[in-house]
Design a protein around this ligand. Sequence first.
Ligand code: ATP
Ligand code: MG
Length: 194
Amino acid sequence: MNKQELRKLIRKKRRALTPAQRHKAGRGLTRSLHHSTQYLSANRVALYLSNDGEIDPHWAIEDLWKRGKEVYLPVLHPLRRGYLTFIRYQPETPMRRNRFGISEPDFRRGTHVPARFLSMIGLPLVAFDERGNRLGMGGGFYDRTLAFSRRPGQKPALIGCAYAFQEIRMLPAESWDIPLQFIATEKGITPLSN
Ligand SMILES: Nc1ncnc2c1ncn2[C@@H]1O[C@H](COP(=O)(O)OP(=O)(O)OP(=O)(O)O)[C@@H](O)[C@H]1O
Ligand SMILES: [Mg+2]
């Protein structure tokens, strides 16, 4: 199966989950993250708002707020096409829809923080494998934005967030793909060997 076919198949399966299944898995994801020192010690954490059936991290976002942590969401970079930047997310943050119809904090009213200043990023994904390869929606947004993490220096912990069924035995790794360090699912959190 090629990447396109794989994306189509898993996205369909993801969208077919019932609200009850999503709820249960989203809660499970939060419990899994609680087993991670990267999550527990992080001060600035980027997560995402669930779209297209992605596992829902909003319980984790609420947990972080309760613990006084700063939460950030990805926003399409207004000037650098193909890149993301991150804007602080609080309950009262003004939101807008981006060109993909995804809700994001309004960059005109928020302060953006480049990825390298975050302590942890929870990334949505379509598929992953045990070596930390990640298949996203195909835009290359995270890969471009995180390309700096190949160089030495301060970098955020990269934790993929997914349903356990999104694991594939082996994903083709492209030269530009940035590997994940951990994968958190409704079943647990696993360090990946890359
Ligand atoms: N660092 C980069 N510089 C330039 N182009 C890039 C870079 N990273 C990815 N791309 C481009 O983005 C396109 C899509 O990449 P890929 O198929 O890996 O997307 P993806 O990982 O599924 O998506 P995403 O990261 O948005 O979730 C590729 O064709 C690639 O050329
Ligand atoms: Mg990629």
